[in-house]
Unconditional design. Structure first.
Length: 50
């Protein structure tokens, strides 16, 4: 077990649209595949998937 345990980051509800996206940006998390199960991004906002 490592000294630093990774805690799941919860995405922001709306993308801040900055050029260099933060770690909690929903668009970045969707692209990286780290978005929580059952959620997606529509129009730069985090929404529940149907």
């Amino acid at each position: 077990m490592s000294k630093k345990s990774k805690k799941a980051l919860w995405p922001k509800t709306k993308c801040c649209e900055s050029k260099d996206r933060c770690k909690r940006c929903p668009l970045r998390m969707l692209n990286d595949g780290t978005l929580p199960e059952g959620y997606t991004v529509k129009r730069r906002r985090l929404v529940k998937a149907d």
